[in-house]
Design a protein around this ligand. Structure first.
Ligand code: SME
Length: 160
């Protein structure tokens, strides 16, 4: 695989990641297996992440799913944290400085910025994808658009 730390992470970087992800998930439709591969893939391919993974919708509560990084909180109510906000509003949350986000849950004290993408299959909320970075302002608009596309590929490639 090409190291994206060398080629940068503009839209071209994400186009390459999309192609690699499609190849990685081809031939398997199990959501948990694909989500686990996805978390490992992003954690190692995107620079400056300290956590990458999923929280799954378990009825007004998010429960920890496949991830890479330090051990994390297991349950997050919809009314708490960046992940809860993404689940509640069904909108991507791009937080430049987690210390300025009311209710942020500090699972890993190294996290400084966060990108949380809701996973929607039609009207159904499957869960959220959470990426954390130790660098404030790590995630820009291109990251948001790129990661949203990658999450869509995961949903289309999996039964959930
Ligand atoms: N910081 C998140 C909680 C999950 S961890 O970062 C892995 C939040 O505020 O929702």
């Amino acid at each position: 695989m090409i190291d994206l730390r060398e080629v940068g992470q503009g839209s071209e970087g994400y186009a390459l990641l999309e192609a690699q992800l499609k190849a990685l998930l081809a031939g398997e439709r199990d959501f948990i297996a694909n989500a686990a591969q996805f978390a490992a893939f992003l954690f190692h391919e995107l620079a400056e992440l300290n956590w990458a993974g999923f929280y799954l919708n378990r009825g007004e509560q998010l429960v920890l799913g496949p991830f890479q990084g330090k051990v994390a909180c297991v349950r997050i109510p919809f009314e708490r944290g960046v992940c809860g906000a993404a689940a509640r509003t069904r909108q991507t949350q791009r937080v430049e400085d987690v210390h300025a986000f009311p209710g942020h849950i500090a699972c890993d004290s190294a996290s400084r910025s966060e990108l949380v993408v809701p996973l929607l299959k039609g009207a159904r909320l499957i869960g959220v994808l959470d990426l954390d970075s130790p660098r404030q302002g790590r995630f820009g608009e291109q990251d948001q658009a790129g990661v949203e596309r990658l999450a869509q590929i995961l949903l289309e490639a999996s039964d959930c």
